[in-house]
Write a protein that binds this ligand. Sequence first.
Ligand code: ASP
Ligand code: MG
Length: 418
Amino acid sequence: MKVFKFGGASVKDAAGVKNLASIMARYMGNMVVVVSAMGKTTNALELVTKNYFTGDKEELEKNIKKIKQFHFDIISSLWENDTHPVLDHVSSDFDQLEKRLAHQPSLDYDFEYDQIVSLGEILSTKIVSAYLNFIGIANQWKDIRLGLRTDATWREGNIDWVLSLGLIKEQFNFNQTHIYLTQGFIGATVTDQTTTLGREGSDYTGAIIANMLDAESVTIWKDVPGIMNADPNKFEFTQKLNMLSYREAVEMTYYGAKVIHPKTMKPLVEKDIPLYVRSFIEPDESGSVICNIDHVMNYVPVFISKEDLILITISPIDFSFIAEESIGKIYKLFAQYRIKVNLVQQSAMNFSLAIDRPERGFEQLITELKRRFVVHYNGGLELLTIRYYNEEVIRELTLNRTVFVAQRTRTAARFLMK
Ligand code: ASP
Ligand code: MG
């Protein structure tokens, strides 16, 4: 069997859903199709969660109304104003959401976030599944939460691999259908509370399903021709990388290449499953493949830029060295705040880390650090990673920029810059 994953951009309107259908029509055999929330629905639902917590009723109502209208519009253009039962299903999902939001929120923001934001994938999959069935691509809608079980780490659920394996095999048994249509990004605890797996987590879901069902391949359909050596929105001359090793792909995604979610590779490597990245705009093109090769195919420089980082420099209050023990404590604190560290530099009396800007809790973190250390920080920085660099490209890209930290290995050069 194969796994297909379609992201939010591929189903951002009715034309997108029709295009998805035309791609599906080209394939036969058993398939699990993972679909993300439509367009920017996840962002919109994040906003609703915020309104819910701040108690801003007017904004809340306005924002729900927008999301509702967006989905209703897609349904009415797909069925050309004919009524289809999916409209009732979608309406009742919105009723449930509104009921939930009429109550006071619990104290746990992250828990409420998962209950609200997960609706995006439920809606999109119901609509896409109904449309495919309507035009004759028979498929079964499946609630992934019946199979994918996680712990109760809200917004970043950790998969219970042992429990989920059995359930996923049972849920996706292909006894009654060749095609399952299901959600990415969401799961559930053993007590049936919805969890999410981290933003852009649908790729990861695709890889988990592929691993558990021993898929022959995973294909991620995107709005780019494949994996590029640089973001075409930022760089003038970009090139497609036709074939990459798993390791290369992990390095790229870890440092901010947005093509695939960084967690996607591990479940695939384990079962040696190739990952295709292809364009839903040009489905005849071959795209890129990430697979089990141990050498690098292209030695063209690869540019990965990550923005909005903060460089935190920590030094001891007295004149002592920055000891391993305190580094351990610092890391523990960052893990507690779920902060991603992108780059580290250490000297006798300084320990510097470049981190992602956390959504919440940054001030608290700094206060905690200041109890034991002297702390300075600089925000709004860019981390540029150049793999297979040469001196010329480095000169060009760091020209007239203030470089805070520079690091080089044989394969990669990295610059943290203003
Ligand atoms: N809809 C979710 C998000 O936008 C998951 C995904 O698209 O992968 O983060
Ligand atoms: Mg998305």
